[in-house]
Design a protein around this ligand. Structure first.
Ligand SMILES: NC(=O)c1ccc[n+]([C@@H]2O[C@H](COP(=O)([O-])OP(=O)(O)OC[C@H]3O[C@@H](n4cnc5c(N)ncnc54)[C@H](OP(=O)(O)O)[C@@H]3O)[C@@H](O)[C@H]2O)c1
Length: 300
């Protein structure tokens, strides 16, 4: 597995990241099953794991932390990412009347501490502000993130779903650098290539992460676009002797921005072959053939 540096303050991250959003959706959420997933990732060198406070209606981090208690040796074998600021309407929070974002220093700090406690770890490798907050006081949020880094509770901070101007705003109020922007990118979600999101990351020299790189499974659905994409990707998969999922991931890996795909299958067999994407090389014309099928038109 290729290991990449997001910042000097951080351990190296695996180029492929495994996301835990769907952990609580699995029929089997036993400790043994969770450990089997982590081990399947680690066997391929996938060491970086992506969490968020809200995943599974606030259940996933605790499920993961409970499993980790039975295998504390795995704690330091992984890099742990989490996120905060989305305030879900949830039975756990009966006082909430509306879904909202909270980037206040008080909430960001408390959320990071709760994630540490649920995961059962001493420090997060990375904390991301999950969504841009139209009510953000950037000085307050920036100070909270800087303080969490200074206190050793998080090793670095980043953002998710931020537009270039949101990133600039928060960064302007921080001493420490924002080290990534985790955004939606897949063959069925290509806007980031042209809307400035990837250009911003490249301008700053930060590596973006791609969430739902298989479009949350929609790449294998019956839509015309997915069908057209599979028709273009299948010969590449056949000649590399890998699955279509590996070709889709390889398409993201081929981009010069150094994208880190964050994958989320709950299927142990699929987890076991995630790294096959690293064996596929996509040349410029293959990249554009997939892009053409993705956008439904030849580039001008
Ligand atoms: N920052 C954000 O705002 C944000 C938003 C969304 C997600 N994320 C992160 O990104 C991670 C990945 O998201 P994701 O789970 O949507 O990623 P994904 O890898 O694009 O999609 C996973 C889904 O695709 C299905 N799938 C995978 N391979 C398949 C195949 N060969 N055939 C049919 N179905 C297949 C999986 O089903 P099976 O489980 O049955 O394989 C699963 O339901 C999350 O865990 C989370 O960490 C972040």
């Amino acid at each position: 597995m290729e290991m990449v540096s997001l910042h000097d303050s951080l351990p190296l991250f695996s180029r492929l990241v495994y996301g835990l959003w769907r952990l609580a959706d699995d029929q089997d959420t036993s400790d043994g099953r969770v450990i089997a997933k982590i081990e399947a990732c680690l066997e391929q060198g996938i060491t970086t794991l992506d969490h968020a406070d809200i995943y599974g209606d606030y259940a996933c981090e605790a499920l993961f932390g409970r499993a980790l208690k039975s295998r504390p040796d795995l704690k330091d074998a992984c890099q742990h990412i989490s996120k905060c600021d989305i305030m879900l309407l949830s039975d756990h929070f009966p006082d909430r009347r509306v879904k909202y974002y909270d980037t206040s220093a008080e909430h960001v700090t408390a959320s990071a501490e709760t994630s540490l406690q649920r995961l059962g770890i001493d420090a997060l490798d990375l904390l991301l502000i999950h969504r841009p907050d139209p009510f953000m006081d950037p000085a307050d949020t920036g100070r909270a993130l800087d303080n969490l880094i200074d206190a050793g509770k998080i090793k670095a901070a980043g953002v998710s779903n931020f537009k270039p101007w949101d990133l600039d705003l928060l960064q302007a109020h921080m001493r420490h650098p924002l080290v990534t922007n985790q955004i939606e990118i897949s063959p069925l979600a290509t806007n980031a290539f042209v809307n400035g999101d990837i250009a911003k990351a490249q301008t700053l020299g930060i590596k973006p992460m791609a969430w739902s790189p298989l479009a949350g499974g929609a790449l294998f659905g019956n839509s015309d676009r997915a069908t057209a994409l599979r028709a273009v990707m299948q010969p590449i998969a056949d000649s590399a002797n890998v699955g279509l999922d590996a070709v889709a991931i390889a398409w993201l890996l081929a981009h010069p921005a150094g994208i880190l795909p964050v994958m989320g299958t709950n299927n142990l067999d699929r987890i076991g072959t995630l790294s096959s994407a690293m064996d596929v090389s996509i040349d410029r014309q293959q990249w554009f053939a997939i892009y053409e099928a993705a956008t439904g038109q030849e580039v001008p």
